[in-house]
Each structure stands twice: as structure tokens, then as C-alpha cells.
Design a protein. Structure first.
Length: 317
């Protein structure tokens, strides 16, 4: 990490949108023209019991019945109902970082500093974020790119601790004939997502992902969000671990105001050789959160053309 914070004068002190300031009605219309046909791919994991999480900050997803049709019929019958009316309800406990989700800009700090001149003393309360929470993020409707780095070392996936560098991204962009532009969302396929819910212990032992230099390359190109098919986007353990931890999160969220998307399912997207598309992300609009399971749609502009959907789903126990 550098010792100086990102220059926020571009959008002013107190800003809460970050790089999403670049989005406009004109950029939305331009992105929507990328959709050609109606083929749908789902890029999200189902949220269910057993979904991987990183303790101690993260807690497991838990769901249980708050009411059942069997018992609620008895309760209503005791109140005088004669029409055998039953209802099923559930209660869910989870952090906002289980399954496929997007990080709010207030998720990470550098010391006391948050994005946009905000600070942890004034912007973090007992009931969540006061500033930089996910309800401040606009819908992301923009061009998306998928960069497949999974085969860089000759295997089906990269290995834990393997840093994806700026040079790796440049070579991948050249091979796929794409170039990140201001306002884009860039998704990085490392191949590591194959272990989500198939071997959670392996999935959580570490991960390949971009290092700080790769992240800086993308933020300097003006992207609004970076995502990957792993738990934390960035390479773990990091290149300077343990002296420096989570530098990509600090740079993207605090310095650059660029959102992070994690636990994506990108294999089918890569298998269909879809490199660019119209990207639509709608975060769950709940106040004061520092992250959000999200609805994402991706519309392809290369053949086979179609709609690629990435929607958050929750599966009961």
C-alpha cells in the first residue's frame, strides 16, 4: 500500500458514489445496445446452509422456520378461524458477505480513513454504516468484461497465493481482444470457483487473485467494479503477507471508490467464450449495510448472443 490516500477532489469530499459517478443515462443506453438475444446464464451461487464463510468476522448462513402452515393453522383456529388457513415463514441469519455479493465502499478502512474523506468515527454507528452503505450505490448498468486467467499456468485453475499481476491482465486482454474502459465492470475468472460448496475447506485455504498492481491498473482505467470467482477477490495469502493484509480491498474501496464483487460463477461464461456484455447489478436496498447479496444480469454481445443472468438465490435447509 502507498502511504497517501487517493485524491478525492475529482468528485469532492463527502462523495458516496465513487467510480459509479461515471455512469449516466447515456452510458446506460450504450450498454443496453450490447444485448442481442435471450439466452440466459446464471452467474451466482445459491445461498444455503453450509455456504463457505471466513471466521471470525463472518458468521455462517442460518435459516429456520419462523412459522409453519401446520402450527399457524392451529393458532388461527384457536382465534376462531374455520378455513384452515396456514402460512410458512422463515428467519435468516447471515452476514452480507455470504454467497455472491458486492462490497459497499464503507466495507474497509485505511486506519481511520474511509472513501471520500469519511472516517470511522463519524460514519460507522452501532447499527451499521451511517455513510458509504450499500443503499447509496446506484444500479450498475454498464459494459462488463470477463477476463479468463485460469489457464495462465497451464492448468484448469490458478493456485492459492498465485498473484494475478498487471502484466497478466494486459496479456489476457490482448489475447481476448478486449480493453477495459471508464465505467466498465471487470470480472476475473481464476478457476478457483469450482471449489465453492464442492470442497469448502480447499476453497477457504487461500486463493489466486489480483494483486495490488493489477487492481491499480483497472482502477486507473476507470472501472466501476471488479469481481472474481473467489471468496475475497484478491490473492490470499497476499504478496506481502502478513505485514500487509487485504491491500486490494483498501485500494479499491478506500482509495479508488471501486466496488468489489465476490463469489461469482464464471465457468459457463468462460466456456461460452463471452468476453463482453451488458452488465446489470441491483443491490438489495437495505439501509446501513456494508455489503449486499445482489441481483445481477449480464447480456452478451458476442455469439452465441444472449442474456446472462446472475441472480442471488437463497435455498432453504
Amino acid at each position: 500500500m502507498t502511504s497517501c490516500l487517493h485524491d478525492h477532489r475529482k468528485w469532492g469530499s463527502g462523495d458516496q458514489l465513487g467510480a459509479a459517478n461515471q455512469l449516466s443515462p447515456e452510458s446506460t443506453l450504450a450498454a443496453l445496445t450490447l444485448a442481442k438475444t435471450g439466452r440466459v446464464l446464471d452467474l451466482s451461487h445459491v445461498i444455503e446452509n453450509g455456504a463457505p464463510y471466513i471466521p471470525p468476522n463472518q458468521t455462517p448462513y442460518v435459516i429456520h422456520s419462523g412459522a409453519t402452515a401446520r402450527n399457524s393453522q392451529k393458532i388461527r383456529a384457536a382465534m376462531g378461524a374455520t378455513n384452515k388457513v396456514g402460512a410458512n415463514l422463515e428467519r435468516v441469519g447471515m452476514t452480507m458477505h455470504v454467497g455472491t455479493h458486492i462490497d459497499a465502499l464503507g466495507h474497509f478502512s485505511i486506519g481511520e480513513h474511509l472513501y471520500g474523506g469519511h472516517n470511522i468515527n463519524d460514519s460507522v454507528g452501532d447499527f451499521g454504516l451511517i455513510d458509504l452503505s450499500i443503499e447509496n450505490m446506484p444500479p450498475l448498468i454498464t459494459r462488463g468484461l470477463c477476463l479468463d486467467v485460469s489457464g495462465l499456468d497451464g492448468g484448469e485453475h490458478l493456485t492459492p497465493g498465485r498473484a494475478v499481476t498487471a502484466d497478466d491482465l494486459n496479456r489476457t486482454c490482448e489475447a481476448q481482444d478486449v480493453a477495459p474502459q471508464p465505467g466498465d465492470v471487470v470480472l476475473i475468472n481464476t478457476g478457483w470457483g469450482r471449489y465453492f460448496m464442492t470442497d469448502n475447506s480447499t476453497y477457504l485455504e487461500g486463493e489466486p487473485g489480483p494483486d495490488e498492481g493489477a487492481a491499480r491498473l483497472l482502477t486507473e482505467l476507470g472501472v466501476v467494479a471488479i469481481g472474481a470467482d473467489n471468496m475475497a477477490l484478491e490473492v490470499l495469502p497476499g504478496t506481502n503477507h502478513p505485514d500487509v493484509m487485504m491491500p486490494v480491498h483498501q485500494h479499491c474501496l478506500v482509495e479508488a471508490g471501486v466496488h468489489i464483487i465476490e463469489n461469482l460463477v464464471l465457468a459457463e461464461l468462460v466456456n461460452n467464450k463471452v468476453n463482453s456484455f451488458c452488465f446489470v447489478l441491483l443491490p438489495r436496498n437495505i439501509k446501513a449495510r456494508q455489503g449486499a447479496p445482489s441481483d445481477l444480469w449480464l447480456f452478451s454481445n458476442v455469439r452465441p448472443n444472449g442474456i446472462i443472468s446472475c441472480q442471488m438465490a437463497i435455498r432453504r435447509a
